[in-house]
Design a protein around this ligand. Structure first.
Ligand code: PEP
Ligand code: MG
Length: 757
């Protein structure tokens, strides 16, 4: 049974649209359970009822016509109870409702199972038989398991299905909504440009072919080059392969024939899709067919076709590099946004970002916040291949994306965008004033940087220092490790621009969701793996070069601070300190006039929370990385949109840890700062100030807002808020209380649109 289950799930995952998904499900279930009927009902939000969407066994004319309210019939009972109902004679059940058009009066036994996705009942799967008998336990278990596995695929097909293919007639549909996770607040209205990593067939968008003949010629040229490659490889391996293995190369070549893949791709180009899109369509279709085959040998061919497709695509992309066109209001859309992608669009044209994967504390989202670009992460149902060139509205407050918005919606969002601009102008007035409470307490506000552009933005917004410079960012947008001299030049720009104000440079923090293309780290569990200080201590050559570059860059400014990420033990601190001492000594011997910089430890993991005093005795400052600390304390992957709701900064456990760290650091008279995103939230900043943090470091975008909030409260009010919050048990209630207090204090919260649900 497990094999049957796997196969059905696999087939469904590659089905092209909702109709095929549902038809496939009912056909396969009916056959594998040997029942007379299998049907699927799905919820229609427009008229709040469950519609018979597909059936094997019931009258075909009933499909799409039978509609049951959420409490009607046995289907309604399954919905209300959100659990299976298994009956040997359905007609005897009080909830049974006879629907004439289905012809179901012939069937006695009934097993209905809810299809539940993210706690919502999407629909009901039903099997029926003529014979009066209860479905046995293993049949019920099979259907429940299948339903749980298919729910995601059905939800995805439902969400994406509403958006037609290129040029299709339902282009007239407006206000199509997709849900994601709010990554960076603000509103963006613009046109989508899909960006994909090279040779990634799955994310190639459909596009209108500008010159059909030209597209066909490029495709033929790419084919020629792939054929040549295959022949070369085949010849070079000829001695080592058996005859039947050699024959595989002939199979590959035949697959590329005009009367196989190539002919179909050309036909699709002739219908108007560009070569890359046509190739994706044809390869996807063939992969789907092959992966459904019973014969394991033939099923394996799906991998070959994918590989051939990728090879042809790589040549097509080589021949037409950087074909991306950016409109004046570009919204960049990617399967997985990377810092390098952000740099692809001229900054004056980039108004919004969307990532299908990732969540609000992924590094792409953090960078987007520092650039002040409205961003949606984890938009898992967005049909990447059909979105290029469409008009979008991004709502960076709620995490919603609207495709093909109508005039009313555009109007509402343009108003919000205007409001945001006005608020920004008002905040400019306090740029040069200190973050001073009404009773005279001064809270130093620093910034987090990574990109060169952050420096100017931070200074414009009145930052008093850099609390976290993410040095890995410049490493991520290159093709190989930067040399000591290159690093020195990059770092100097930050140190020079801020001098004499302090600049805290974090040593390379790679691993987790921060990959270097030229230093891949493949791990099952990257957030618990080789990251941060663990990598750099294992590679002293990388660490030393970086520290030397920092020290050189700081010569003459005397404002460098060095900070160590992902520390879990005293031994790591001591080893890193020794390396820093060595670099200082070497450079002094080389004649540089440098002093040992201040060195600090980041508290980002639970183990560090309980060793703050030990660390504080060995270094000059403590800085809390609350983004990681929250992920590790709550056991919630900061990158995973599925658990984004569980990632909460105001969780009582997180707040307790943050307070404890500040108290422990002060016992050793050490300065303690925080550079996680919670410091950028007005409410978070007030709590942290009350906890005694000496510095709050945040994204430049939010700094003026945080400053305005601090300037409008007294330290006494903040202390009172903290003691109330610390006595509470629930993060949602804490959030509500904070919002309420901010409102009472007359502090305008960020404009939140009130829009149709
Ligand atoms: C943190 O974890 O809070 C932090 C500041 O580091 P990063 O977000 O770069 O992991
Ligand atoms: Mg971190």
């Amino acid at each position: 049974m497990l094999n049957v289950l796997k196969k059905i799930v696999q087939e469904v995952s590659v089905a092209p649209d909702l109709e095929s998904v549902l038809n496939l499900i009912v056909r396969r279930i009916q056959r594998s359970m040997a029942t007379q009927v299998c049907s699927v009902y799905l919820f229609d939000p427009n008229d709040q009822c469950y519609v018979l969407m597909a059936s094997e066994g019931l009258n075909k004319e009933a499909v799409g016509r039978v509609r049951l309210s959420a409490t009607e019939g046995l289907v309604g009972t399954v919905v209300v109870r959100a659990e299976p109902i298994n009956l040997e004679n359905a007609a005897e059940h009080p909830a049974f409702k006879y629907v004439e058009s289905t012809g179901e009066e012939r069937f006695s036994s009934f097993l209905g199972v809810p299809i539940i996705h993210h706690r919502d009942v999407l629909g009901v799967l039903v099997v029926q038989q003529k014979k009066i008998r209860r479905f046995d336990e293993s049949e019920e278990a099979f259907l429940v398991t299948l339903s749980a596995q298919l729910a995601g695929a059905i939800a995805h097909a439902e969400a994406t299905g509403s958006l037609g293919t290129r040029g299709a007639s339902n282009d007239s549909i407006v206000d199509l909504r997709f849900e994601g996770v709010a990554g960076s607040s603000g509103v963006a209205i613009g046109s989508a440009t899909v960006i994909a990593p090279p040779a990634d067939l799955a994310s190639v968008p459909d596009k209108e072919a500008k010159d059909i003949q030209n597209e066909i010629d490029s495709f033929q040229e790419a084919l020629k080059l792939v054929r040549r490659d295959i022949k070369v490889v085949g010849r070079s391996l000829a001695q080592r392969l058996r005859t039947e293995e050699q024959a595989l190369f002939d199979v590959y070549l035949r697959m590329l024939d005009d009367n196989a893949l190539a002919g179909e791709v050309v036909a699709r180009i002739e219908q108007g899709n560009w070569a890359q899109g046509a190739l994706r369509e044809v390869v996807t279709e063939h992969v789907r067919q092959f992966s459904m085959m019973d014969d394991p040998y033939l099923r394996e061919r799906a991998t070959d076709i994918k590989d051939l497709g990728r090879r042809v695509l790589a040549y097509l992309q080589d021949a037409a590099p950087a074909t991306l066109e950016f409109t004046d209001e570009t919204i960049l859309v990617a399967d997985e946004l990377t810092p390098a992608m952000l740099g692809e669009v001229p900054s004056e044209k980039l108004v919004g970002l969307v990532s299908v994967n990732g969540s609000s504390n992924s590094h792409a989202a953090i960078l987007a916040r520092s650039m002040g670009i409205p961003t949606i992460m984890g938009a898992v149902d967005l049909p990447l291949t059909r979105i290029d060139g469409r008009e979008l509205i991004l709502d960076g407050y709620s995490g919603r994306i609207y495709v093909q918005p109508g005039e009313d919606l555009l109007h509402a969002y343009r108003d919000i965008a205007r409001g945001e601009k006005e608020q920004e102008t008002e905040l400019e007035a306090i740029k040069d004033l200190p973050a001073e409470t009404t009773d005279g307490f001064i809270m130093p506000l620093w910034v987090n940087t990574g990109l060169i552009a952050d420096v100017a933005r931070s200074l414009e917004r009145g930052a008093e220092g850099i609390g976290l410079y993410r040095t890995e960012v410049p490493f991520m947008i290159r093709d190989f490790f930067p040399s000591e001299q290159e690093q020195q030049q990059t770092y100097r720009k930050q140190l020079e621009a801020f001098a004499p104000r302090p600049v805290t440079m974090r040593t390379l923090d790679i691993g987790g969701d921060k990959a270097l293309p030229y230093f891949p780290i493949e791990e099952e569990n990257p957030f618990l793996g080789w990251r941060g200080i663990r990598v750099t201590l294992d590679h002293p050559e990388i660490f030393l070069v970086q520290v030397r570059a920092m020290l050189r860059a700081g010569e003459g400014y005397d404002n460098l601070r060095i900070m160590l990420p992902m520390v879990t033990s005293v031994r790591e601190v001591e080893e890193a300190s020794r390396q820093i001492d060595r670099a200082v000594r070497e450079l002094q011997e080389e004649g540089l006039k440098i002093k040992r910089p201040l060195v600090g430890v980041m508290v980002e993991v639970p183990a560090a929370v309980y060793q703050v005093r030990r660390f504080a005795r060995r270094v000059d400052f403590i800085s809390v990385g609350s983004n990681d600390l929250t992920q590790y304390l709550l056991a919630v992957d900061r990158n995973n949109p599925r658990v984004a709701d569980l990632y909460v900064s105001y969780h009582p456990a997180v707040l307790k840890a943050l307070k404890h760290i500040a108290e422990e650091a002060h016992k050793e008279e050490s300065s303690v700062s925080i550079c996680g995103e919670v410091a950028s939230e007005p409410g978070g900043a007030l709590l942290l100030m009350a906890m005694g943090y000496d510095v709050l470091s945040m994204n430049a975008t939010n700094l003026p807002k945080v400053k305005a909030v601090i300037r409008s409260v007294s330290k006494k009010d903040a202390d009172k808020l903290l003691s109330e919050v610390m006595a509470m048990d629930d993060a949602d209630r804490i959030q509500l209380l904070i919002d309420e207090r901010l409102e009472e204090l007359g502090i305008a919260l960020p404009a939140k649109p009130i829009l149709p649900v």
